[in-house]
Each structure stands twice: as C-alpha cells, then as structure tokens.
Design a protein around this ligand. Structure first.
Ligand SMILES: [Zn+2]
Length: 316
C-alpha cells in the first residue's frame, strides 16, 4: 500500500512538472498559434462573405469592374434600328398601366444610347443621370436624393433584385422621393450567355419585386456589365422595358475606396466625355454621392439640363 501510494505521488509530481514545463515552454508558441487560428478564422469568414457576394454577382468593385464601355460598344449592333423608328406616336408610358403622371414624351434614345429630342425646338443640351447597383445604404442614397432635389433633377436608379430584397425600404425611399426606378436584373450576372428562361427570371422577378414594393413597374432596363445580348433585348422588350447601356461612363466603378481625389476624377471623366444627350453611368458609391452636387453644378454651368426619364419614349 505504502509503495503504491508513493508511486502514485511520484507519478503525480512528475505529471505536474511535465505539465508546467509544457505550459511554460509552449505558452508563447501556443498563444501565437492561437492568434493565427483566430486570424485565419477571420480571413475565412471574410472570404466566405466575399464568395457569397460574388455568387450573387455583386461586390461593387467586382460588378463595376466589368461594367465597361467596350461591353456597351460590343453590345450595340442590334440597336441599329432605333434611329429608324418614327419619332411620332407618344404616350409611350401608357403600355405599362401605372404611369399616372402625364409627362410629355419629348425625347427618345438613339442607337448610341444618347437621349435626343423627338422634335426640333426641344432642348438638345440635356443629360440622363443614372445610378446602378443599389439600393444599398440609406445615408448614401439620402445624400444623392438631396442633391438631385437641390438641382431639381430626376434620375434612374437601376436596382438589383437581391438588393431590393435586402433593403425594400430603401427602394421605397427612392420611389417616394420622386426618382425613377429601373431594372438592373436580379443577381447582376452577365445575361448575354444565359438561357432565355434564366434571363426571363432575372428580369421579370425584378419587375414583380419592384411592383410589389412600390406599386410601380419599371420601364427602363440596363443589363449588368452592359451585356444583355439578343435574349436580354428580347425579354426586355416583352416586358415593356426600354433597353439601354450608357454613353458616358463616369468610371466611378473603377475607383478604389479612400482615394481623396475620386470625386474630382469622376467629374473630370464625365466632363471629358460630355456631349448632348449623354447617358451618364454612375453607381451608388460614396465618392459618387460626394461628387454629385459639384458635378451637377458644372453641368448646369455648361448649359446642360437633366432630362426627366419619364419624358423618354419607350418604344424603339
Ligand atoms: Zn451594374
């Protein structure tokens, strides 16, 4: 008994000593490895989040990166018939059944996606303001809405369905503040290589969601990345949507966060490409919201007005 007790005691002492040695030896390494694990966890959480966004096709930078002018250019051809359409025959908005305001139809879109007068005597020096990829952030949207109001300007907010699903109250805000909501597809995927079934779902789900949220069905469609293809045009037309890309890209989507000169660069980009009827592509981004007041002021100083999207003829 006594020997057994001693053995036990000895074992206990040895174990204790071993443990404390292990602790003291491994402590720094253990802590470091613990930190690494935490960092790795954080990293993997970020990655997962990013992946999630990517699968939805949207991280602003990603999305914007492909929203480039060459896409728009390459997607231009099928629109060649636009200019051939008669400039007469208005009341374009009647087809959708929800346009209660009687805004005279005085403009149409040409095959360069410029907004041009239907009749001589209508002001040529106008621009169309558009903001894609929202609705995301109340403060940013409010700032943009306030600036638009200050300049008595109307714009099209091309929204994505999944964003509306996340922020229905922001869509409602845009609508209640009198701005126009356009369809930018549900998931912000490249549509031109998708099946017609898929494209229909991407476009029509947004039509329904916006209708359910605001009571108004969009009449303008802009394909993500400027690439809707023939099927995108067809489905848009079937839904009474005017298909457009843009003719003056602000390049706000190529800008990296926290660059102090983003607003100035944005303004310069737009002013450098400025022409009558410019269909200006911008996004719901912080530097765009920041640049907007100055941009609109400079456009006004150059004698440009802001076309009311509701005055644009919808049929091609
Ligand atoms: Zn977009």
């Amino acid at each position: 008994m006594r020997i057994r007790q001693m053995v036990l005691l000895l074992t206990a002492v040895l174990l204790l000593s071993a443990c404390s040695q292990t602790e003291s030896t491994n402590s720094p390494a253990g802590t470091a490895s613990g930190d690494t694990t935490a960092a790795q966890e954080q990293a993997s959480q970020t990655t997962t989040g990013t992946e999630g966004n990517t699968s939805q096709g949207t991280e602003p930078a990603t999305d914007a990166g492909s929203d480039n002018a060459p896409d728009a250019g390459s997607d231009n051809a099928p629109d060649a018939s636009l200019d051939a359409t008669t400039s007469k025959g208005s009341s374009a908005n009647d087809g959708t059944g929800e346009s209660s305001e009687a805004t005279p139809i005085t403009y149409r879109m040409n095959n360069n996606y410029d907004i041009v007068p239907i009749d001589e005597g209508t002001e040529r020096k106008v621009v169309l303001l558009t903001f894609d990829d929202g609705p995301k952030d109340r403060a940013m949207i409010t700032k943009m809405l306030d600036t638009l109001d200050k300049h008595q300007a109307k714009a099209i907010f091309f929204v994505n369905g999944y964003r509306v699903k996340e922020n229905p109250e922001l869509l409602q805000l845009i609508h209640e503040r009198g701005q126009i909501i356009g369809n930018h597809s549900y998931d912000h995927i490249v549509l031109k290589n998708e099946s017609e079934t898929k494209v229909k779902q991407q476009i029509e789900d947004v039509q329904k969601l916006v209708q359910d949220t605001t009571g108004v069905t969009p009449v303008f469609f802009r394909p993500p990345h400027g690439a809707g293809g023939d099927v995108g045009r067809k489905v848009a037309k079937e839904n009474g949507l005017l298909y457009m890309t843009w003719s003056n890209g602000s390049l706000d989507w190529t800008m990296k966060a926290n660059h102090a000169n983003n607003p100035e660069t944005l303004i310069k980009n737009v002013m450098d490409q400025l022409h009558a009827g410019s269909n200006i592509l911008m996004h719901e981004l912080p530097w765009t919201a920041e640049a907007l007041d100055k941009l609109l002021t400079q456009l006004e100083e150059k004698g440009y007005g802001f076309v009311d999207p509701r005055s644009i003829k919808l049929e091609n």
